[in-house]
Design a protein around this ligand. Structure first.
Ligand code: SAM
Length: 216
């Protein structure tokens, strides 16, 4: 089967499992070639619903987790988004497809080699509305704040205060809390108040940094 056929089969499964619910998330998955975000040796697994190694002990998230996070965040066309943990750039690419060219995704990565790879992968996929920055995302990315949506792709000990500060009002923040085996928490900011919701269990590599864990 071709990459395209495998991509369609994966989307069909994610729809069946109700990980993908909306038309916009379905289209974003169909429009984003995951094989372009993987090293050559792993391209054959691009449409297996599993995380894969991308170097430096880090992973590209499983497609179902990307789908769950996109649906929980209810991303809209034209929004400004911050991702913490660029990794391969794949998740940012899916989100950028939902925001469209009037929106923008800023993504920050702590490993320079991964940030460079993510930039190249996004270029290869001809995605222009994603900016990759190098740094400690546990402090957010104040130079482009505030953001309509913020999401974290690694497990944090708690919700970093700078991320709440850099979120628009109204806005939504999605973050795995509790280390490697963690709980996905959705924080909604509205009328200067915040409310949190438990979106279920998950597994992520840890958030390392000032407002994350201090070492691996
Ligand atoms: N979104 C990625 C993708 O689509 O490939 C998957 C990201 S991976 C599960 C988590 C990433 O978070 C890793 O690349 C890791 O290096 C990064 N990370 C961990 N702590 C970080 C921090 N404080 N700032 C920025 N990136 C961080």
């Amino acid at each position: 089967m071709s990459f395209e056929e495998n991509r369609e089969a994966l989307v069909k499964n994610l729809l069946f499992e109700k990980r993908i619910i909306s038309e916009k998330v379905k289209n974003a998955f169909l429009n984003t070639p995951r094989e372009l975000f993987l090293p050559d040796s792993l391209k054959k697994y691009a449409y297996a619903d599993t995380p894969l190694q991308i170097g430096k002990g880090q992973t590209i998230s499983a497609p179902h987790m990307v789908a769950i996070m996109c649906e929980e965040l209810d991303i809209k066309e034209g929004q400004k988004i911050l991702e913490i943990g660029a990794g391969s750039g794949y998740h940012a690419a899916v989100v950028a497809n939902i925001t469209g060219e009037n929106g923008h995704v800023y993504t920050i990565e702590r490993f320079s080699v991964l940030a460079e790879n993510a930039k190249q992968n996004l270029e290869r996929a001809e995605i222009k509305n994603v900016t990759v920055e190098l740094g400690d995302g546990s402090e957010g990315l104040s130079k482009y704040a505030p953001y309509d949506r913020i999401y974290v792709t690694c497990g944090a000990p708690d919700i970093p205060p700078p991320l709440i500060e850099q979120l628009k009002d109204p806005g939504k923040l999605l973050i795995p809390v509790g280390g490697t085996i963690c709980t996905l928490i959705l924080l909604e900011k509205k009328d200067n108040k915040t409310k949190t919701y438990n979106c279920g269990g998950c597994a992520f590599v840890p958030l390392i940094g000032k407002h994350g864990y201090h070492s691996l």
